[in-house]
Write a protein that binds this ligand. Structure first.
Ligand code: 13P
Ligand code: SF4
Length: 307
């Protein structure tokens, strides 16, 4: 095993080229992983890139539902999750039995699943959305009755943008983003009066309402890069403030809260990536033909609606 970060990165770059593996990294990953990735971005951008990439295999540095999404879009290719323990608590909050029971209560509702759900759950949902496409997709659905799962905060944000639709929510969401409170936002504004507050729609409605901008991980990064302000309070996972500080050294970035640290996103390390490439680690994602087919229908519905 190479010793330094630079040696490990060099080894990873060599092996992935040799094996024609496309390394995908969610933007919440650490800098040294983003640096060796073929592509880094938010959940939506990762799935779009994966669907088009010509490589023989994919290595996902992120959480399990992201690797599953890549497998659903490219079922004939090998997809490896770099650290098999990296799950997303929100994606695992609701199971098929629960949603089938709710569907039976609301038979005329279109079931919209946030992409942060298991492949299994997607098989019984109608349309998938990502945080960057949710408003656009729900607006385009030819039904005014929407059951939005699992994130009630993102669902609430979508409902407010489209007042003409009835959006039924369940009590689910991201424990990391939902933990931030309005008091923390107000304290940060007092400490940094000139800063723009940019937050993810997984935050609670009061935090979202008090922000200057609401958007996905990529949306927040673009807004911060192009904005005229010199300082930014970043209401999403900490690593985004870190990446932005690196990309824009002349601006200042502050995480909105110390609680914005996703332990699952931090599980993947450079040695994990190297081990997964050399066959000593990682987990190949295997889904049944039926799951692949039915979950794909949910993702294809998103693509057909312009997502
Ligand atoms: P996006 O990548 O859609 O911004 O979502 C954030 C997130 O929590 C991913 O797990
Ligand atoms: Fe899941 Fe939240 Fe972590 Fe994203 S930040 S992986 S939604 S727990």
């Amino acid at each position: 095993m190479p010793q330094t970060i630079a040696q490990m990165q060099e080894e990873i770059l060599r092996i992935k080229r040799e094996q024609d593996v496309c390394v995908l990294a969610h933007s919440y990953q650490a800098r040294e992983i983003v640096e060796i990735a073929d592509f880094a971005g938010d959940s939506y951008a990762l799935s779009v890139h994966a669907a088009k990439a010509p490589n023989r295999a994919f290595l996902m540095c992120g959480v399990r539902f992201m690797a599953e999404t890549v497998k659903i879009l490219s079922p004939e290719k090998r997809v490896i999750l770099a650290n098999p323990a990296a799950g997303c608590p929100m994606a695992e909050q609701m199971d098929k039995e629960l949603i089938l029971a709710v569907k039976a209560q609301y038979p005329d509702y279109t079931v919209v699943a946030y992409i942060n759900t298991t492949a299994e759950l997607k098989t019984i949902c109608d349309v998938c959305v990502t945080s960057s496409s949710a408003v656009q997709i729900v607006r385009a659905i030819d039904n005014n009755k929407i059951l939005f799962i699992p994130d009630c905060n993102l669902g609430d944000y979508v409902a407010r943008q489209i007042p003409g639709k009835t959006v039924k929510l369940l009590q689910g969401g991201c424990p990391i983003h939902a933990a931030v409170n309005l008091g923390e936002l107000e304290a940060m504004r007092l400490a940094h009066p000139g800063a723009a507050v940019l937050v993810h729609p997984e935050c609670t409605p009061d935090v979202v309402a008090a922000a200057d901008y609401v958007g996905s991980t990529s949306g927040i990064m673009e807004r911060a890069k192009s904005g005229g302000e010199g300082e930014y309070i970043i209401g999403t996972e900490m690593s985004i403030a870190e990446h932005l500080q690196y990309i824009c050294p002349n601006k200042r970035f502050y995480p909105l809260s110390k609680k914005l640290l996703c332990p699952n996103m931090k599980l993947t390390t450079l040695p994990d990536v190297l081990n997964a490439l050399t066959g000593g680690g990682g987990e190949e994602i295997c889904l049944s033909g039926e799951t692949l087919r039915d979950a794909r229908r949910c993702i294809d519905a998103m693509i057909a609606l312009g997502g």
